[in-house]
Structures are given as structure tokens and as C-alpha cells.
Ligand binder design. Structure first.
Ligand SMILES: Nc1ncnc2c1ncn2[C@@H]1O[C@H](COP(=O)(O)OP(=O)(O)O)[C@@H](O)[C@H]1O
Ligand SMILES: [Mg+2]
Length: 270
């Protein structure tokens, strides 16, 4: 039995702040109501995880987040038998818990996971909505308030690590990008405590550095890095040191590229 929304919401922490770029909040709500699984794509640090945390809190749903990595197997998601005090007991993994209890299961960077993960996701992400647990012989039917959300970064796509059409066509997808400058300034100021007028030049610099993506850089400056930079400045670090430590060093290890980025930063920041 699903608890009343307000009863759950009362026990949850404050709503994580999220500034929408478009209609993604409404889209998420519609998807949740109609049980459509969601795929969020976009560069690192652009707000995907924050968005899911915000929507889970807004809808009063428990959130089960799994950061996928290249060793993550289906058993890490579904569960396994563990030895406890001489007895073997079955312990649910996060996906199984979300299916049993209801809520959002969010698989971050899903392309990183091992191939066998697709086997458990497929019957869950189509109209069957079932999770077969081979080891226990159970087949769990997902309750109406279960939702599957996955994210990935198309920028890191390699041939080896692409989402297969049979997987991606089980999800409705939302593309995330960086916010418009005015919005991003407001977000970074709110997150870091640095006044907007001091954040504005950092966002302008990020805009310039993002244009270099694809030439010398694999990824542009994320909103996350801007929050770090503004927080360090707010804490008293000089702008020059904060920019170097949080907007330049994390982007590259190549001495020539770094020198070029420093030049861009000096030109923009003076
Ligand atoms: N739209 C947004 N609204 C509020 N904060 C945001 C937004 N986008 C990014 N942020 C900030 O950037 C940080 C990184 O975002 P995150 O959701 O972790 O990125 P992703 O999951 O896409 O890698 C967040 O912790 C938050 O401080
Ligand atoms: Mg994330």
C-alpha cells in the first residue's frame, strides 16, 4: 500500500533546489504518472543528479541511486546470498529494494555497467515491469509507484560503450545541457554564496572554455566546477588561484592545453 504523499514528504529533507532549463519537471511528472522510464543524457555536472533528487522529493518518492562503474554487475543491482553468522541469507540490491518498496531507482552513468545489467533492466523497462530474480526464483512485479531513471553522458560514448537500441528504445529521453548564462549565474550564486556580480565573470569564462570542447578538451567546464570555483572565492581564495584550481586543472593534464586555457582566462577575467 502506497503511503499518502504528504506523509512521506513530511519525513523527507527539504526539497533540493533545482532550476529547470525547460519543461523537464512537467515531463518527469507525466512520465511518472504513466510509468514511462526515463533516460537523461548530458555532460557531467550539468544537473542530472540534482534534477532526479529534486523530482523524487517533489513527488514524495524514496530515491535509490546507483553510480554505475565498469565492474557493476546485475547481481550488484538485484542482490546476492551473503554469509551471515554461518547462515546464507539473501540480501536485496538497490534495484530490488526499489521494486519491492516502490520509489525511483536512478542508475547514474548506466553505460559503464556490465552487459548483463541490460538483462535485468529490459523486462523492467517495458510494459511487463517485472524483475526476475534468478537466484531466488522470484519474479517481482513493480508497483505503480516504481520508476526507473537512467543517465549517461553521450560525450564519453565509445563504440564499446554505447547503449544498444534495444535498451535505449525502452526509455523516453531528455537531453540536458548547461543553463542559459543568467540562470547559471543565479544557480552558482545560490549554491556558493558568492554574489551574482562576482559569479558573472566566471560564467562568462566557462562559456568561452566550453567553446573549446572537441578541439583540445574532452569536456567543457561543468556547473559543478563553477560552484566549486565560486565557493573557493567566497571562502577567501584569490580569483586567479580558484580559477586555476577549479576551472583549468580539472580539464586537462596537457601542458600546452593548460597554457592556452590560462591565456583565455586572463583575457576574459583581466
Ligand atoms: N539546474 C540546476 N539547478 C540547481 N543546481 C544545479 C543545476 N545544475 C547544476 N547544478 C549544480 O551543479 C552541481 C552538479 O550537478 P549534478 O546534478 O551533480 O550533475 P550531473 O549529475 O549532471 O553530473 C549540483 O550539485 C548543483 O550544485
Ligand atoms: Mg550525476
Amino acid at each position: 500500500m502506497k503511503p499518502a504523499l504528504h506523509a512521506v514528504a513530511a519525513t523527507l529533507p527539504a526539497l533540493p533546489l533545482y532550476t529547470p532549463a525547460g519543461n523537464e519537471c512537467a515531463l518527469f511528472e507525466h512520465a511518472w504518472k504513466r510509468r514511462v522510464p526515463l533516460l537523461l543524457k548530458g555532460p557531467t555536472g550539468c544537473g542530472k543528479t540534482r534534477f532526479v533528487a529534486h523530482m523524487a522529493a517533489r513527488l514524495g518518492l524514496p530515491l535509490f541511486t546507483v553510480s554505475c562503474h565498469d565492474d557493476l554487475t546485475a547481481a550488484d543491482l538485484t542482490g546476492r546470498y551473503l554469509l551471515k553468522g554461518g547462515e546464507t541469507v539473501w540480501v536485496d540490491g538497490p534495484l530490488t529494494r526499489a521494486v519491492r518498496e516502490g520509489g525511483i531507482c536512478y542508475l547514474d552513468e548506466v553505460v559503464e555497467a556490465r552487459k548483463d545489467v541490460a538483462v535485468v533492466l529490459h523486462p523492467l523497462a517495458d510494459d511487463r515491469r517485472v524483475l526476475p530474480l534468478e537466484r531466488t526464483g522470484e519474479e517481482l512485479q513493480a508497483p505503480p509507484h516504481f520508476m526507473l531513471v537512467v543517465s549517461y553522458n553521450p560525450g564519453y560514448q565509445s563504440l564499446l560503450k554505447a547503449l544498444k537500441p534495444s535498451t535505449r528504445q525502452r526509455f523516453a529521453a531528455i537531453e540536458f545541457g548547461f543553463l542559459a548564462p543568467e540562470q547559471e549565474i543565479a544557480v552558482v550564486a545560490a549554491e556558493s554564496g558568492l554574489p551574482s556580480e562576482r559569479v558573472a565573470p566566471l560564467v562568462a569564462l566557462a562559456g568561452r572554455l566550453r567553446k573549446l570542447k572537441g578541439h583540445d578538451l574532452e569536456e567543457g567546464v561543468s556547473t559543478r566546477l563553477l560552484v566549486y570555483c565560486a565557493s573557493l572565492i567566497s571562502e577567501g581564495l584569490s580569483v586567479r588561484d580558484a580559477v586555476l584550481a577549479s576551472l583549468i586543472e580539472p580539464l586537462t593534464d596537457d601542458a600546452d592545453v593548460k597554457a592556452a586555457l590560462i591565456e583565455v582566462a586572463s583575457a576574459v577575467m583581466g
